[in-house]
Ligand binder design. Structure first.
Ligand SMILES: *Cc1c(COP(=O)(O)O)cnc(C)c1O
Length: 423
């Protein structure tokens, strides 16, 4: 479908989330399309971070229980605020750790190889850190990772087939870990169908929500997903190294954490300083040490924005943005050799568009020079994430026109087609 600038402007006029853009620190004449790697700072996140600093300034150690945002309860409060974004109950969610440390914690808790049931199903397209964690947990059990980690292959190098995943499940599978949205192609997997089929075969199911949390709604509790992990610095805009989160289904709560620490304690027992742990009855049991308050506080402000905007409205706008982007790529860039590798259907794509091009690295450098912040994934993928809270439809139009100019004038030929240190 062909679109003019006027169409994009009309979509902006009808956009009920338009005003949220003013809540973020955006740079004039810059198009930030990398909210799926590091979301932008909002004024509210800045404020809640400053409040925690002020609490420290005013109260010293008493800041744990006094002050405006008492630190002792912050992880639980953030868990409660995150729960609606993933369709969980408040006590099933805690803000803690990073994706990788949370994955280690939950594998140490739920991966219990026994008899013939020793294998883990993952995929060949997941982010390396998840695979490293899986392999090291298998090896910690004294097993060979080459034999016990089953990685589902992709027929085209970009997407996975749910049927292939389901066919690989058998009585030797102990656990399954998959991304909700694939980090490269942006494919959204059918979490409900995969979970249902895994449970029929007695398999524990975990999902990594790195590329879906804050971009689309989930119903983890109703779908029966056993556990999930995510980071908060991508679509949730908590800042570099912002504290991540985890979810454990209610039916598993009360289980001792695989990796215990004093913050795994029930909160009223923690300061009894006993050497026998009484784990929290909530997902809080899967915390280990002292929470990283200054890396968590920005999320308080950010989640207020998500509450006001509503995840359903965010998803609706996100789908419109990525649809417009794909339409424009097809109508304006068809002669320049780009290939869209994310699924085109609404129910199968996440929040970003994934373009493959043999000169992707140099095109990304040219985009940066022209004020567009894309994301490059080696060797040939350009990811463009129009984050619904701070990217407008007209921005998307401009980005495609800038890209068209680059290709028409061959501006990318001024750059080497090699990646930099990061991405
Ligand atoms: C971003 C991302 C990570 C990063 O893990 P951290 O432990 O937060 O550094 C891991 N897995 C996936 C799928 C990601 O997208």
């Amino acid at each position: 479908m062909k679109h003019e600038r006027e169409d994009a402007k009309r979509l902006d006029e009808q956009d009920e989330l338009l005003s949220f853009k003013n809540e973020f620190y955006t740079t004039p004449h810059t198009y930030y399309m990398d909210g799926n790697s590091l979301g932008l700072l909002s004024k509210r996140s800045e404020q809640t971070l400053l409040t925690s600093l002020e609490d420290w300034k005013q109260h010293g150690i008493e800041g744990w229980t006094e002050g405006e945002q008492p630190w002792y309860y912050m992880s639980e409060k953030l868990g409660e605020m995150t729960a609606p974004l993933i369709g969980a109950q408040a006590h099933e969610v805690i803000n803690t750790g990073s994706i990788t440390t949370n994955l280690h914690q939950l594998l140490a808790t739920f991966y219990k190889p026994e008899g013939r049931r020793t294998k883990i199903i993952a995929d060949t397209l997941n982010f390396p850190s998840d695979i490293y964690a899986l392999k090291s947990q298998i090896e910690l059990q004294g097993l060979d990772a080459n034999e016990h980690l089953i990685q589902i292959k992709s027929s085209n190098g970009y997407t996975l087939s749910e049927d292939d995943i389901i066919s690989a499940m058998d009585e030797e599978t102990a656990l399954l870990l998959l991304p909700s949205v694939l980090y490269r192609s942006g494919q959204l997997l059918d979490i409900e169908k995969i979970t249902l089929n895994a449970h029929k075969r007695g398999i524990i199911v975990g999902f990594d929500l790195a590329h879906s949390i804050g971009a689309l709604p989930h119903q983890l509790h109703d779908w029966g997903v056993d556990f999930a992990v995510w980071c908060t610095y991508k679509y949730l805009n908590s800042g570099p190294g912002g504290t991540g989160g985890l979810y454990v289904h209610e039916k598993h709560l009360g289980q001792k954490p695989g990796l215990a620490g004093w913050f795994s304690s029930s909160k009223d027992k923690q300061f009894d300083m006993e050497h026998d742990l009484t784990p929290a009855e909530t997902a809080g049991a899967y915390q280990i040490g002292t929470p990283h308050i200054l890396s968590s506080a920005p999320l308080l402000g950010s989640l207020e924005i998500f509450k006001e905007a509503g995840i359903e409205s965010i998803r609706k706008k996100s789908l419109q943005l990525t649809q417009l982007l794909m339409d424009l790529v097809q109508s304006e860039l068809h002669e320049y050799g780009f290939r869209i590798t994310n699924p085109l259907e609404d129910h199968r794509r996440g929040g970003h568009v994934s373009l493959v091009h043999s000169e992707a690295a140099s095109i990304c450098k040219a985009l940066k020079q022209e004020g567009v912040v894309p994301d490059f994934r080696s060797p040939d993928v350009i990811r463009l994430a129009p984050a619904a809270l701070y990217v407008s439809f007209e921005d998307v139009y401009d980005v495609v026109m800038i890209l068209k100019e680059i290709m028409k004038d061959k501006k990318h030929k001024n750059f080497s087609n090699q990646r930099g240190t990061i991405a």
